[in-house]
Design a binder for this molecule. Structure first.
Ligand SMILES: [Ca+2]
Ligand SMILES: [Ca+2]
Ligand SMILES: [Ca+2]
Ligand SMILES: [Ca+2]
Ligand SMILES: [Cu+2]
Length: 425
């Protein structure tokens, strides 16, 4: 830790200089057709002042065809805390949607850079969008506070997504990568519902190991009410896919991303050491960026001291439902070193889709199957429905089948790692 402390002070000084210097070279411009004041968020109703009623969001959206969604992400660095208390330096994204010219100097660049500094989240903010919409996603590279010596670009890559043009696909070799202080707005035409995932594709092994990974899903357009199974009296209004018969209907949904960190790699990045690519070994297995028992904490985890007190682990992995609910789990694995198997020993899992495609035969008959375990390699997703109709209220667990992944940093003394709780009320 002495090494870390020795390096942190000069690096933080460097950061201060970087942040103060930013407005002179950064120019943040977000594009969003339903945004008028430049904060990357569709306008809400202006209830007072001379503009009263003018920027009414529903009216504006209707004028634009009603199918626009916008989001503004920052890409930079930050810190998270592992279940055993160990701080982990990360690169990742943060949600800057709605941050405008907060200080009133006529420019949002300084506000965005200030809000983005050391604010990276793990997992990256979930992107939940609707089929049929056009999605404008702006990414600003806010730079690395702890590593001002780096000049790494970032991208957003929608993994497994069929609707992005090459230039917006995030692969730096064939598209655009975003340098520090720059902003690009990606455009997506959302036509294929399903569970995807996103990550930065620049120096992917490094940036993905460092944490630039997030949940991404497109909600199906199919409308309810549909009774499923027919004659059951169970009615659904939300569906994972356009299934035609209600068979992917659900009451509550949870996106759970499997992942893992190699602490040596993160510490080497923090302390400006050569990065141990060949030795990479993830031994902090996590669900949504936290290991057990943090996985069972509802809401955000406490902010780490290392980033100055910014909440950085916002997405809980606790699953709660009322008895009788069908729970949709949008599972994805973005671990870059290992395959994971999740088991649910008490509540059977109905696998309805793999890799954002509903399981069906060529003639359209359903190939959903029921199991107690799902295995996913890196880059795979699975949509799984847990039917709680015959399940007693209580607490149940879902966890990694490989016992090695039930520990934080291979500590044999206690459980940890990739396990979370399902609470049925
Ligand atoms: Ca706005
Ligand atoms: Ca709004
Ligand atoms: Ca400003
Ligand atoms: Ca690099
Ligand atoms: Cu990156």
């Amino acid at each position: 830790m002495n090494t870390i402390n020795r390096l942190t002070i000069p690096l933080l000084t460097g950061l201060l200089i970087l942040v103060l210097a930013v407005p002179s070279w950064a120019a943040v411009d977000v594009q969003c057709p339903c945004d008028i004041n430049g904060d990357g968020d569709c306008e809400d109703v202006q209830s007072t002042g001379p503009q009263a009623g003018r920027y009414d969001e529903p009216a504006l959206l209707a004028q634009l065809g009603g199918n626009i969604q916008c989001m503004h992400l920052g890409g930079g660095d930050g810190f998270v805390t592992m279940a055993d208390g160990r701080p982990m330096y990360i690169f990742s994204f943060e949600d800057l949607t709605g941050i405008g010219d907060e200080n009133g100097n006529g420019d949002i660049s300084d506000d965005i850079m200030a809000a983005g500094a050391l604010a990276a989240k793990f997992p990256a903010p979930a992107i939940a969008v609707d089929e049929g919409n056009e999605f404008y996603l702006s990414l600003t590279n806010v730079g690395m506070v702890i590593r001002p010596d780096l000049f790494d670009p970032h991208t957003v890559h929608f993994h497994g997504f069929p609707n992005s043009s090459t230039v917006f696909d995030g692969l730096p070799e064939s598209g655009i990568a975003i340098n520090m202080g720059a902003t690009l707005t990606y455009y997506y035409n959302l036509q294929d519902p399903g569970t995807y995932m996103y990550h930065c594709h620049v120096e992917a092994t490094e940036h993905m190991q460092m944490g630039m990974l997030g949940n991404l899903y497109v909600r199906a357009a199919q409308a309810g009410p549909i009774e499923y199974p027919a004659g059951s009296g169970r009615i659904y209004n939300q569906f994972a896919y356009n299934d035609g018969d209600g068979s992917t209907g659900y009451d509550v949904e949870y996106a759970l991303q499997l992942g893992g960190f190699d602490p040596d790699f993160h510490d080497a990045s923090w302390t400006v050491q050569p990065l141990p690519f060949a030795m990479m070994w993830d031994r902090y297995p996590m669900i949504n960026g936290r290991g057990y028992p943090d996985t069972t904490v509802p809401g955000a985890l406490p902010a780490p001291a290392e980033n100055g007190g910014i909440v950085s682990q916002s997405e809980s992995s606790l699953i709660t439902a009322a008895q009788g609910d069908r729970i949709l789990l949008r599972l994805s694995n973005l671990n870059i070193t290992v395959t994971h198997t999740l088991i649910s020993p008490s509540i059977p899992m109905e696998v309805v889709a793999i890799d954002a495609k509903e399981l069906m035969a060529a003639d359209g008959s359903k190939l959903h199957y029921t199991t107690n375990s799902v295995s996913m390699g890196g880059g795979m997703s699975a949509d799984v429905i847990l039917d709680t109709a015959g399940i007693d209220p209580g607490e149940y667990y879902i966890y990694a089948a490989n016992l090695q992944y039930l520990a934080n940093n291979d500590e044999a003394a206690d459980l940890g790692g990739m396990m979370t709780k399902i609470v049925i009320n």
